[in-house]
Design a binder for this molecule. Structure first.
Ligand SMILES: *Cc1c(COP(=O)(O)O)cnc(C)c1O
Length: 820
């Protein structure tokens, strides 16, 4: 489909949309109304494109990919869609002729913050890659009325404000009420044998309606359009039957449940919250989704027998794992399948990605809660469990081992076990993480079914994170190597030719400086602080978590500060330390870490002995839009988690492609970043995952404390405190447990930091390092990750390009051909 239109036509559409939808003329329209008029115009284009795309997919029976995830951290949509459809400049021109600035309209859009961090952002990046490469895909999630909270720091303490994103964000979504489905909770099960049929009746359930809202995500050049279908809970119309039969409470209960179920996103990242509302959200998502998928498939093919050939269902982490028993339920209770046939179809359709090995994040649900809220699903889980254990016993597997693998054990439903038992593929998200899965959490499974386990290293939508976020660098790259890297990020490799080209290095440095100035302006506006654009911009942005060790970074800054205030005239490379992170609202220690960094910053920034040389900036409300401003401006990318704890990381990839040098541990995808750039272009420090494992049983943080005077002085000042606040909690934790081994890695980190300053001082070599990072970042494109999922796990093919479209004027223009 051709998305380009004459500028005059765009203007006409915008004016008529303003009039038709908002009843205003251009003169009276607010920027917000103009943004919405543009968004509606783009949405209509994508809706048309999606129809055509799906019609071609249907014709060719191309396999559908369904990506289930409780979180999609989309950020803004307008710029991404205009850019990918190749119509940004046309719209810019049309708006300019109407006296409007496109870039101002971009600022009107709120972030769609329907996620916490890396997991949700990954899902969003994957929608882009699926569309760009022509895999017909639908993402499924929930339409939270409130996404991730807005963070406000009050005297360094995080407070949470509601995220009112719908007024500006829902313009992208279209309700499809006629595709609503019912989801049933609570109640009890009646089972009986009726002649030859086993009949199961779910009685007295609470019924909630799931209403789908669709939004579209355009792939590059509009080759494909992904759909994100998010479900909103709504009360089935007030149940008069219940009311009349005197069941007033249950009628009310249904309304109450519908009211809360999609109200708010749980703000915990890498942490499980065993609340019944969370379980209801999960079941609500998967029940609506599975019913939707099955309904569509039956409508088209009248059977589910061929489902695994035509449909791939992917579970992003354990949050949507109830899709497995839900699919069994629909097939058994509603479609007349027997257990074995249903199980065969389910397990050949579903695949699962694991995202963490940390115990506090491995989901399990108490049987009592689970059974009362989801009685039929519980029965099915019991049967899955019974059959799995029987099969293992029959194989002669040791009883303890069977217990460790069982989906039901110790009074808990273990979601990761249920996922592994029921999926045809289980993958981790970096090579190291996938190896750890095989050797630890899923070791028992791995020894019984090794063929199920694989790896797909994460990737990022490089068009968003490089081309859109850093147009200066993208333009420079295109000038040097052409634009084929936009579709094929591996082409970035060609930049390597310019590693010793002083002119190219100079131009890259100039772009970086401009990006740093842009960020400096934002910092001035938001934090009322002046930062030196020639200082090292040293950035750690990600969720606040002990395992990510922001407190190690801060402790090191404190120790640098202690040294510099004693030696104010010493040689020192000016350094700007930048942080951004939200903490889970109930995670007290993480909130203390934030306050520590903020108060340390206030102390340093106002100390005239040092503040011309070092500054510490904490940016409020870290989110996708802020990440887009930060990543192009970073010199150093902090990726300092304890080895073996970060599954992959994706911000490490965003920084790398923007030419920042990683200072990091050999954790997650940092290992592969190191492989890609070599020893000279990364600053590694600290223990390896194997060394962590070896040290852990006998770890005593005080050994390290006593051996390092600088560390000792820094930890001790935590007890004195800053700005009148003492940080004994942090000091005590470090000295007594130090679960993430900050003290063991501290000296090594300090050494790497010193090395960074020395290297930064040699500008030409530093710029060379930056270039080598960009040049080798191609393998971390989401396109590559999606190809691996498609080929190795989903066995899905892209829609043939010629089926998708005939040659369009846009394509002709791109290929430089004359139109006929
Ligand atoms: C990429 C991204 C993340 C993930 O960061 P990690 O350092 O990989 O944990 C989190 N939040 C936002 C807003 C992001 O854009």
């Amino acid at each position: 489909m051709n998305y380009r239109q004459p500028v005059g036509k765009i203007k006409e559409t915008l004016l008529s949309t303003l009039d038709r939808v908002f009843g205003v003329s251009l003169e009276n329209a607010t920027d917000e109304q103009c943004y919405k008029a543009v968004a509606l115009t783009v949405r209509d284009l994508m809706a048309a494109g999606r129809s055509e795309y799906m019609a071609n997919a249907e014709k060719t029976h191309t396999k559908q990919v369904y990506y289930l995830c409780m979180e999609f951290l989309l950020g803004r949509s307008l710029k991404n869609n205009l850019f990918n459809l190749g119509i940004e400049e046309d719209f810019r021109k049309a708006l300019a002729e109407l006296g409007l600035k496109l870039d101002c309209l971009y600022e009107q859009e709120p972030d769609a913050g329907l996620g916490n961090g890396g997991l949700g952002r990954l899902a969003a990046c994957f929608m882009d890659a699926l569309a760009t490469q022509g895999y017909p895909a639908t993402g499924y999630s929930l339409r939270y009325e409130y996404g991730i909270f807005r963070q406000k720091l009050v005297d360094g303490w995080q407070t949470e404000l509601p995220d009112f994103w719908l007024p500006g964000g829902k313009i992208w979504m279209q309700a499809i009420p006629e595709k609503s489905v019912e989801v049933h909770f609570n109640g009890h099960i009646e089972e009986y044998w009726n002649n030859q049929y086993h009949v199961v009746n779910h009685k007295d359930y609470t019924k909630v309606t799931a209403v789908p809202y669709d939004m579209y995500i355009a792939g590059m050049d509009g080759r494909g359009i992904s759909r994100l279908r998010v479900w909103a809970a709504s009360s089935a119309e007030f149940d008069m039957n219940l009311f009349n039969s005197g069941n007033y409470m249950r009628a009310m209960e249904q309304n109450a449940m519908a009211e809360v179920i999609t109200k708010v996103l749980y703000p915990e990242d890498n942490h499980l919250e065993g609340k019944s509302l969370r379980l209801s959200q999960q079941y609500f998502l998967v029940s609506a989704t599975i019913q939707d998928i099955i309904r569509r498939h039956l409508f088209k093919y009248s059977t589910l027998d061929n489902l695994p050939d035509l449909v791939a269902i992917h579970l992003n982490d354990t949050h949507p794992v109830l899709a497995i028993p839900e699919m069994m339920r629909v097939m058994l209770d509603e479609c007349g399948y027997g257990w074995d046939a249903a199980w065969d179809i389910v397990t050949r359709t579903i695949a699962y990605t694991n995202h963490t090995v940390m115990k506090e994040a491995l989901e399990c649900w108490g049987v009592e809660l689970f059974q009362s809220r989801l009685p039929r699903i519980y029965q099915i889980v019991e049967e899955i469990n019974r059959r799995f254990c029987a099969q293992m016993h029959e194989k002669g597997v040791d009883g303890y081992k069977v217990g460790r693998m069982a989906p039901l054990n110790d009074g808990y439903v273990k979601m990761a076990n249920l996922a592994v038992v029921s999926s045809h593929s289980v993958n981790g998200v970096s090579q190291l993480h996938s190896d750890i899965l095989k050797n630890t959490v899923f070791h028992d499974f791995y020894t019984e079914m090794p063929e199920r386990f694989t790896n797909v290293t994460n990737g990022i939508a490089h068009r968003r994170w490089l081309n859109q976020a850093n147009p200066g660098l993208a333009g420079l790259i295109t000038g040097l190597i052409g634009d084929s890297y936009i579709h094929d990020a591996a082409q970035l490799q060609k930049l390597g030719r310019f590693a010793d080209d002083a002119s190219v290095l100079g131009q890259m440095a100039k772009v970086k400086r401009e990006n740093k100035l842009r960020l400096a302006e934002y910092i001035k506006k938001e934090n009322c602080m002046e930062v030196d654009p020639d200082s090292i911009f040293d950035v750690q942005v990600k969720r606040m978590h002990e395992y990510k060790r922001q407190h190690m970074n801060a402790l090191h800054i404190l120790s640098v500060y202690q040294w510099l205030r004693e030696n104010p005239n010493a040689e020192f490379t000016p350094h700007t330390y930048i942080f951004g992170a939200k903490a889970a609202p109930g995670y007290y220690f993480a909130k203390q870490m934030i306050r520590f960094i903020v108060d340390l910053g206030n102390t340093i920034n106002s100390d005239p002995r040092v503040n011309q040389k070092m500054k510490v900036i904490y940016l409020e409300d870290y989110r996708v839009t802020l990440a887009e401003l930060l990543t192009p401006a970073a010199d150093l990318s902090e990726q300092i988690s304890l080895a073996g704890t970060e599954a992959s990381g994706t911000s490490n990839m965003k920084f790398m492609i923007n030419g920042a040098v990683t200072i990091g541990t050999l954790d997650g995808a940092n290992v592969e970043i190191h492989d890609a750039v070599g020893d000279d272009n990364i600053l590694l420090f600290g223990m390896t995952a194997a060394e962590v494992d070896a040290l852990k049983p006998n770890y005593d943080p005080r050994t390290y404390f006593n051996a390092s005077p600088a560390m000792k002085q820094a930890v001790e000042e935590l007890n004195t405190g800053f700005c009148g606040v003492k940080f004994n909690d942090i000091a005590d934790s470090l000295l007594n447990h130090d679960p993430y081994m900050v003290l063991a890695d501290f000296d090594s980190y300090a050494k790497a930091q010193k090395k960074a300053e020395t290297l930064y001082g040699d500008a030409k070599n530093w710029q060379r390092m930056c270039l080598m990072n960009t040049a080798n970042a191609g393998r971390f494109a989401a396109d590559r990750a999606i190809r691996e999922y498609a080929e190795n796990i989903w066995h899905a093919q892209p829609l043939p390009e010629d089926a998708a479209e005939k040659e369009t004027p846009l394509k002709r223009a791109r290929l430089g051909r004359k139109s006929k």
